[in-house]
Design a protein around this ligand. Sequence first.
Ligand SMILES: Nc1ncnc2c1ncn2[C@@H]1O[C@H](COP(=O)(O)OP(=O)(O)OP(=O)(O)O)[C@@H](O)[C@H]1O
Ligand SMILES: [Mg+2]
Length: 383
Amino acid sequence: MSDGATVGVAALLADARVCVVGGSGGVGKTTTSAAIAAGMAARGLRVAVVTIDPAQRLATALGLDELDNEPRRIEPARFAAAGLPLEGELWAMTLDPKRTFDELIEKLAPDDATREQILANRVYRELSDAIAGSQEFTAVAKVHELAQEGDWDLLVLDTPPSRNALDFLDAPDRLSAFFDGRALQTLLRGGGAGLRLIGRGTGLVLGLLKRVTGAELLSDLSDFFRLLGGLLGGFRERAEQVEALLRAPGTQFLLVTSPEREPIEEAIFFRQRLKAARMRLGGTIVNRVHADELEGEDGALADLPALLEREAGLSPPLAARVAVAFADEHALARRDAANVIQLAKRLGPGVPLLQVPLLDGDVHDVGGLVRLQAQLFGPMRDG
Ligand SMILES: Nc1ncnc2c1ncn2[C@@H]1O[C@H](COP(=O)(O)OP(=O)(O)OP(=O)(O)O)[C@@H](O)[C@H]1O
Ligand SMILES: [Mg+2]
């Protein structure tokens, strides 16, 4: 195996302290984040991965059912048993956005009384639900907190299942708008911009007005502004730090996409946005690529039924059916290959591109993560 012939994730993340795994919905961000964290822990690093809504079976497999919003160390034996000894440490957590947000308030509040008042304020509760619900900010805020407080070699951040993979690049802005009351003011003036700033959908305003009405609304609102006003400086600073973390030299984005048209378009758009925001794209991972079993020898398809009859002893009708199924798969592999070529062309030479095959069955246990890890990292080097 020639060294450096293929770029694996370890090379892409050689200088990274934070790895943000982005991409459109359902392409494999969460499983890839976990597999990347495991692979780096196997290579001796102390790694924490912040996952967002992992599939239940994956969470259970990793021992992530305990939801205390802090990373927990994953028993190395789980991975050793699946063939991946962890030389370093693997820690993982599932993000609790609401809790992360409240914790932020707790840190910034000048005293206990203010903190309690804010957390109990109904306007705060409605708005913070909306902010936390959008998850983008809280995810980055959590990583920022871990980076400050813990002694990690690498933090891996999964990103929320949003239809628009770019949402979370605006997260620090949204937060600033929330904390200086801009979002609420715009919202109260009835402007659409406020809605876009603080969340998705108009249900938020309706919900807020339904729950907090009349005189109570006024007093809660004025409390809200007074209380948050005191925290404003701290909030701004925090939002700036979070934004700085996204731009830090040690932060690498990895973009996951499937080989289908739409996610690819989104990936390209995401790349442009990252560039404009001066954030680093370490590489692109094309996940769930159908393998080309024929390796370009398409002529073999025509001979397949005869081959199946002769070599596998299949009856002619069965051989024909198997050949058709195989041809369908092959067509997908051809389509994927063409899309990947397009993607590589449009991304340009500066962005390493890694392909991960569609594995048999879902990746929902440690064994699956280890297999995915092997695809992402290539073979382990000896010694
Ligand atoms: N290479 C692969 N081969 C086979 N299955 C895969 C592969 N990668 C991911 N999967 C499966 O695809 C599904 C989606 O993966 P995952 O949940 O990681 O996507 P996601 O991008 O985090 O989704 P969301 O946007 O909803 O958060 C899961 O069932 C996962 O097990
Ligand atoms: Mg996910």
